[in-house]
Design a protein around this ligand. Structure first.
Ligand code: SF4
Ligand code: SF4
Length: 400
């Protein structure tokens, strides 16, 4: 039964009046704790400084308020969401509220017993990540021995009758294995395969020089994907998320700031995208202090980059602005130190050279590992603490 009885301060009529559509997709980042140490982890590099997780009652309230606002899809993510022993209870409530639910997991902790309870409690879908099709690279990139376990978990997921997305982040190390990764997904019976070229935020940004592929690697991988798509038809749907450093127009990031996506970080901070906390000068509201309706419709953080008024030139007068909305605010900040600039992936941006230079350096470096290759920085608490100290050094203090 769908329970929408939670009082929301904003009704659908209010949202129509304000011209702001309600959120469709809630991402509940239950925890930053994770047994893996991926070199491209999308969690903030200073995650270790954030320990104050919402409790079960607070998460249940987030689910109820988000559903009352209109959100229909719910991702349970992290870190590793299975680190929370209330996941099953949250899934049951989400089902009661009428969400379509997806568990985004590394597979570590997904026992047969937990799979059975999750199925019974109404979980709809599971996204399982692999780092590669080979044990050696999978285990290297996650700095764990988890390849065999992930294989066993994939089989259990299918045995329990869940639809499964197999997710693999692509970069210079594993792009030559794309055919093997597709074969692995087919062999496991995955309905979907997401081949997600690395987006350079968080830990991936810290490892950008090591992870950035060459243009040849990308073209070859795309050709392989096309070949398989033709050969396998509907047996498995393959998504190939393009690497935007090799584009000349930016992605329509999150389909627009404060447009469809509402992320809640483990400590209750509400975010218009996963990486938004990296932006300076924005105070992100917390579900402990404000209702989700007020956060979505009224907060400065969610309104700052809505629409077009915030844009600078060349976006402000650009005829393409309704298509890409100026690209990604976090990428603009990372590469130009101003989140209101055009995403420098765009070749109309005066900062486009920042992207071209990285691509040029990747071509010079080549696909093979150089003897003087810089070591990979793995996501772990010690590195996170060190990086947050660097970040909060003189002139780098985060403004809240
Ligand atoms: S990317 Fe890797 S380290 Fe980061 S949360 Fe996912 S599984 Fe954990
Ligand atoms: S100038 Fe701005 S709006 Fe125009 S295409 Fe580039 S990023 Fe998009």
């Amino acid at each position: 039964m769908t329970d929408l009885s939670v009082a929301a301060q904003h009704t659908p009529e209010d949202s129509a009046r304000s011209g702001i559509a309600p959120p469709l997709w809630l991402l509940a980042e239950l925890t930053y704790r994770c047994p893996l140490h991926c070199a491209f982890c999308y969690n903030p590099v200073d995650y270790a400084a954030q320990k104050d997780e919402l409790d079960t009652a607070q998460w249940l309230n987030v689910l109820r308020e988000a559903r009352a606002l209109g959100a229909a899809q719910l991702g349970f993510s992290g870190g590793e969401p299975l680190m929370r022993d209330d996941l099953e209870e949250l899934v049951a409530e989400a089902r009661k509220l009428g969400f379509y639910t997806n568990l985004i997991t590394s597979g570590v902790g997904l026992t047969d017993q937990r799979l059975g309870v999750l199925k019974e409690n109404g979980l709809d879908h599971i996204q399982l990540s692999f780092q590669d099709s080979t044990q050696q690279l999978n285990d290297f990139l996650s700095s764990t021995r988890t390849f065999d376990l992930k294989n066993r978990v994939a089989r259990s997921i299918k045995a329990h009758g869940f639809p499964m997305v197999l997710n693999c982040v692509l970069h210079r190390y594993n792009l030559p294995h794309v055919d093997k990764i597709i074969e692995m997904a087919l062999e496991m019976g995955a309905e979907y395969l997401e081949l997600a070229n690395t987006q350079y935020y968080g830990w991936a940004h810290a490892n950008r020089a090591q992870l950035m592929p060459t243009a040849e690697q990308l073209h070859e991988a795309e050709a392989v994907v096309e070949r398989y798509r033709k050969a396998i038809g509907n047996r498995c749907k393959i998504f190939f998320v393009v690497p935007d450093y090799y584009e000349t127009r930016p992605k329509r990031c999150m389909n627009g700031w404060g447009s469809v996506f509402l992320g809640i970080a483990p400590d209750g901070a509400a975010l218009p995208c996963h990486s938004a906390r990296s932006l300076p000068g924005l105070a992100f509201p917390n579900v402990r202090d404000m209702s989700l309706a007020d956060i979505w419709y009224e907060s400065d953080a969610f309104n700052r980059f809505r629409g077009f008024d915030w844009m600078k030139e060349p976006c402000r007068s650009c005829e393409e602005k309704t298509r890409d909305l100026g690209g990604c605010r976090c990428q603009a900040y990372l590469l130009t130190q101003d989140p209101a600039n055009a995403d420098p992936v765009c070749d109309k941006s005066p900062h486009h050279e920042a992207v071209v230079r990285v691509v040029r350096e990747a071509a010079q470096r080549g696909a093979a590992l150089a003897p003087d290759e810089q070591p990979v920085v793995f996501r772990n608490d010690a590195n996170s603490r060190q990086m947050s100290e660097q970040k909060s050094g003189p002139g780098n203090a985060r403004q809240r």
